[in-house]
Design a protein around this ligand. Structure first.
Ligand code: GLU
Length: 420
């Protein structure tokens, strides 16, 4: 799915508006509000990379540290052609709220490089990843700011970055980044953690709504790490039928549901979900508007807007992507009675297992996958409950409730540190 050119601006405005609403409800101190409106620090870098044809290409990159009152900044790195500093700022602040909702001892950061990894060779990607981290230098570190994967960045990219950083420091410091391959200090269960955390939330939401998920229909927009694992786990953990999925090549539909292994094999071979045998091609708009129990937006931000929100028929929207619903669309959906599991909570499984990875790196002792999953489930349920309780106390929808939980915790830490 392609993004509109205004999308970066939308997410930045969205992030600002969401904070403002929560701050007003909890009557947040004005100095604390001013502190939280802006990132504490940001670094802009210009990165020369030698391309395979011998030419030098100059890339622009960023790292934004929104707030580290509760602990080191944490958040992914995005490699995307439409990356902008405003998107990265919005996403960095969402990480502050996400780690706080999950009650992790971390703050929020985000990084990005304007590039199109789909048109770059492996060698070019490696040189770009290493050069980016060299430019960030001492801005990062296991106790300062710990990146991770995000849109179009992979465990292999994390491995190059861990290696480059370790060379820079003259010792192995794999804890500088998470989402690494298992052989290099990664955590068991990190691969599907974002989708898995989302499934635990969907299970709680369905229980609250008295909705049965066994055999119920789901649609997934986006088929990257979060989307494809959501396909596997919606079937495996919830017994659902996934009747539509999409990726940047288009959307496909089959009322009988798609088998995960077969579709994954097709995507690996052909590079996209389109053209899968037995599937009808539908538009992205049609996918979002299907009559399903659960819709998983699992791609980019601002895909559900005031234009398509009135036509959404899903009972639950589980936001595996960051910021897929604009504030105007939020209000429309809330009035329609759609149950939204907000991104801060729904996709927080990724950063939660990233945190487990940091703990294991520091500890030098690694957990079994089952242990990771049990701890993740416990964390997700606790956070879900905290949000549910706030939404009842303040009579607000889940997103605002999640903000209230998060902002209160960050404000308390800032107060204790004497920042206001
Ligand atoms: N990029 C993911 C997110 O948006 C994971 C961040 C992390 O693991 O630090 O939550």
């Amino acid at each position: 799915m392609n993004r509109s050119p205004q999308s970066a601006q939308i997410s930045y405005n969205t992030a600002q508006k969401q904070l403002q609403e929560a701050a007003a409800i909890i009557k947040l101190d004005s100095a604390a509000y001013e502190l939280l409106r802006c990132p504490l620090r940001e670094l802009h870098v210009t990165i020369p990379v030698k391309m395979d044809n011998g030419s030098i290409k100059i890339f622009q990159g960023f790292r934004v540290q929104h707030n580290d009152a509760r602990g080191p900044n944490k958040g992914g790195i995005r490699f995307h052609p439409d990356e902008t500093i405003d998107t990265v700022r919005a996403l960095a602040s969402w990480m502050t709220w996400k780690t706080s909702v999950m009650d992790l001892p971390l703050g929020g950061g985000k990084g990005g490089v304007i590039c199109n990894p789909k048109t770059m060779s492996t060698g070019e990607l490696e040189r770009l990843s290493r050069a980016y981290i060299r430019q960030l230098g001492s801005f990062l570190g296991p106790q300062k700011d710990i990146p991770a994967p995000d849109v179009y960045t992979t465990p292999q990219i994390m491995a190059w970055i861990a290696d480059e950083y370790s060379i820079m420091q003259g010792k192995n410091l794999f804890g500088v980044i998470t989402g690494k391959p298992l052989a290099l200090g990664g955590s068991a269960g990190r691969g599907d953690a974002t989708a898995r955390g989302g499934m635990y939330c969907v299970r709680e939401a369905a229980e609250a709504l008295g909705l049965s998920l066994a055999g119920a229909r789901a649609a997934i927009q986006g088929y990257g790490n979060a989307g494809s694992n959501a396909h596997k786990l919606a079937i495996e953990l919830l017994g659902m039928k996934v009747i539509a999925v999409s990726d940047s090549s288009g959307s496909i539909y089959n009322p009988d549901g798609f088998r995960y292994e077969a579709l994954m094999m097709h995507k690996k071979k052909s590079g996209s979900v389109s053209g899968f045998p037995g599937a009808a091609a539908i538009s992205d708009k049609e996918l979002l508007e299907l009559d399903v129990s659960v819709l998983f937006p699992a791609a980019l931000d601002s895909v559900i807007t005031k234009t398509n929100a009135p036509d959404i028929r899903a009972k639950i929207i589980a936001e595996l992507a960051n910021g897929p619903i604009t504030p105007e669309a939020d209000a429309i959906l809330y009035n329609k009675g759609v149950y939204i599991i907000p991104d801060l909570l729904c996709n927080a499984g990724g950063v939660t297992v990233s945190y487990f990875e940091m703990v294991q790196n520091a500890y030098g002792y690694y957990w079994e996958e089952e242990q990771v999953q049990q701890r993740l489930e416990h964390k997700m349920k606790t956070a879900f409950l905290a949000v549910q309780q706030k939404s009842q106390t303040y009579k607000v929808h889940n997103r605002l409730a999640a903000y209230i939980v998060a902002v209160e915790r960050v404000a308390e830490a800032m107060k204790l540190r004497g920042w206001y």
